[in-house]
Write a protein that binds this ligand. Structure first.
Ligand SMILES: C[S@@+](CC[C@H](N)C(=O)[O-])C[C@H]1O[C@@H](n2cnc3c(N)ncnc32)[C@H](O)[C@@H]1O
Length: 402
């Protein structure tokens, strides 16, 4: 299914109700419908632990997700997207908010900026679904800055003939410029100027629902439009995504943990913007196993199913050829004495196919000795990205018999 075309992304019931509401507004010009919508239909919204509201997606690739974590929708915006940034508040700031949804991430950025800066802020929000943006107008604002975002969303929905009435009363401050792009983010990024953004918020659904928003080619566009000291923040810890950033010429680091077991991912052209290394085993798996194969979308126009299937095929071809099999997490045992004989046999069978005779062979040590320099705090030289690239290089040498 190509949900990109229909932009029918949220739960079907709420999607229909919201579309009907705005169609009715067009003919009746009655303000009451929109004003009363949330009270009438609040059972279609999902209350999160910090009191802010979210909504459910429709089923996409056999999955339903809530747009935000149950731990707290607006808290998530501050924790995952604002806190890891290192903005220079003395200068103008530009932010690209990909998958803007209800507008919470942009609102958190506005709140933070208004507390810290007198310079200018530009936010480019990108969201494929008008109905989702419209839901952003209908939920109670979790913070006052959301009223500013609502005004920008309403203006754009009126311009695009979806909303009719101008009900948002908040004025957008003169030093804040918000642009709302309602289209597939893959189209938008191609139109953006080089070297523009201090921050990119990347907040799609998870990789199995939206691999097209985590592809290597999409990240190459980020690399083009981000400033040298800019930071991309995303909540996911998935190996193909981290690998994609590295292939697109970013450095990567660990992002904050909030409402999840693992920290997210930060990426920057400048390694000194990223303080914390990934966990050791994550580095090893990304460098050496087929989980470290990124999603590919060369024309930035493939369906999510095609992107997922192509990666599965590529992983299959790479296993025992250019990558150690990810089965039984083989690469993380390199350098270890293993007690479990059954597991050891499976691990060593996989290693042998890559010319590594055992977990404690000189070849195994040669590859993972890179991790001897591991420190949780990373710097310009000693960091996750450099270690991953070095281990990759060493595996290639061993496999090719050099
Ligand atoms: C996890 S939610 C984002 C929540 C949002 N950041 C917020 O602050 O409320 C993911 C969003 O991605 C949007 N989306 C899905 N595919 C997209 C695409 N190709 N381009 C732009 N937005 C997309 C969905 O409509 C959905 O609103």
């Amino acid at each position: 299914m190509s949900y990109e075309n229909s932009a029918r992304i949220i739960n079907d019931d709420i999607f229909d109700l919201v579309n009907e509401l705005f169609a009715r507004e067009k003919s009746s010009k009655n303000i009451e419908d929109r004003v009363n919508f949330f009270d009438t239909y609040n059972n279609y919204f999902v209350l999160t632990d910090d009191g802010s509201y979210s909504i459910n997606s429709k089923e996409i690739n056999h999955k339903v997700e809530t747009l935000h974590t149950s731990t707290g929708a607006i808290s998530e915006s501050f924790e995952k997207f604002i806190k890891p940034m290192k903005f220079n508040y003395d200068e103008d700031i530009a932010i690209l908010d990909i998958c803007a949804g209800l507008g919470y991430n942009s609102s958190a950025a506005i709140d933070d900026f208004m507390k810290n800066s007198n310079a200018n802020l530009t936010i480019d929000m990108v969201e494929i679904s008008k109905a989702t943006l419209a839901c952003g107008l209908l939920v109670p604002s979790p913070i006052p800055a959301h009223d500013i975002t609502k005004k920008a969303i309403e203006d754009e929905l009126i311009k695009q003939n979806y909303a009719t009435l101008s009900l948002e009363e908040c004025e957008i401050p003169e030093n804040i410029d918000i642009n709302v792009f309602i289209e597939d983010a893959r189209q938008t990024v191609q139109k953006l100027k080089d070297n523009t953004y201090d921050a990119i918020f990347l907040d799609p659904f998870s990789q199995n629902m939206a691999p097209e928003l985590f592809s290597l080619e999409f990240f190459r566009q980020f690399r083009r439009v981000i400033k040298d000291d800019g930071i991309v923040a995303t909540y996911t810890s998935a190996a193909p995504i981290r690998a994609g950033f590295i292939e697109a010429d970013f450095y990567i680091g660990l992002g904050p943990i909030f409402g999840r077991k693992q920290g997210g991912t930060l990426a920057s052209p400048n390694p000194s913007m990223l303080d914390t290394s990934l966990p050791k085993n994550d580095e090893i798996r990304i460098a050496l196993s087929d989980v470290g194969i990124p999603f590919r979308d060369p024309g930035l126009n493939n369906s999510s199913e095609f992107i997922l299937e192509s990666r599965t095929e590529e992983r299959h071809l790479a296993r025992h050829n250019t990558k150690i099999s990810s089965a039984v997490k083989t690469p993380i045992f390199l350098g270890d004495e293993m007690d479990d004989e059954k597991l050891k046999r499976r691990v060593e069978r996989n290693l042998l196919k890559m010319n590594i005779p055992s977990t404690t062979s000189p070849e195994a040590f040669y590859i993972v000795e890179v991790e001897d320099s591991y420190t949780e705090k990373q710097d310009e030289k000693n960091n996750s990205t450099n270690r991953i690239l070095e281990m990759k290089k060493r595996l290639k040498k061993i496999k090719e018999g050099n």
